[in-house]
Design a protein around this ligand. Sequence first.
Ligand code: PLP
Length: 230
Amino acid sequence: MIKENLDLLRMKILAAARRTGRDPNTVRIVAAAKSQSRDSAEEAIREGVTLIGHNYVQEAVKEKPSIGCGPFEYHMIGHLQKNKAKKAVEIFDVIQTLDDWATAEALDRAAYEVGKSLGVMIQVNLSGEPQKSGISRNEANALIQKTESLNNIRLLGLMTMPPFFDDPDAARPFFRELRQMRDELIAAGVMERSATELSMGMTGDFECAVEEGATLVRIGTALFGVRIYA
Ligand SMILES: *Cc1c(COP(=O)(O)O)cnc(C)c1O
């Protein structure tokens, strides 16, 4: 099942990239593995997925795939509490959801202690929905500038989660805004030229996200099937 799902996903990503003249190889799938068994994540890795995402530190510790399946990067895609920074640095390669300075400092310190260069992305809340994590667009500049000054973490780019819409096209303005934001931050020299990653798009709207410039699409349901919570 995972292989067939992945084939279909890759075809759709290819088509969406072609529609807008993008190189499909610049789009990677992050398998969103929350509530899935480790077996499923390992199968995805054997089928060529190289990025595995989890939302909760504890679950990510428990369900971390074995490196025997193949090379993969482990991404935190859920909200990270500052008191879990140390543990998160120990197990993850990339934190996609950084949205405050205290956590940035905690991650930097932990990365130094663990002797690891940690990748981070800034989660931006573009809709202003209060229940969503992420820093506001206005406050992002300052956080990004300060984060760039830390020695043990590397800023890779931006991440966002638009509101839920039945119509994926309704999310498009948010994807476009994140891309523009990245381009402006890089042009202004606030963000390094290398910080090009845009993590945006999920099962319901990844094709729009790819058309708008996503480099990382976070896919759960379309890869693993509907989530069943124990
Ligand atoms: C669960 C989750 C996804 C994947 O959701 P699907 O709709 O199942 O593809 C993507 N991003 C985040 C942050 C998630 O929590």
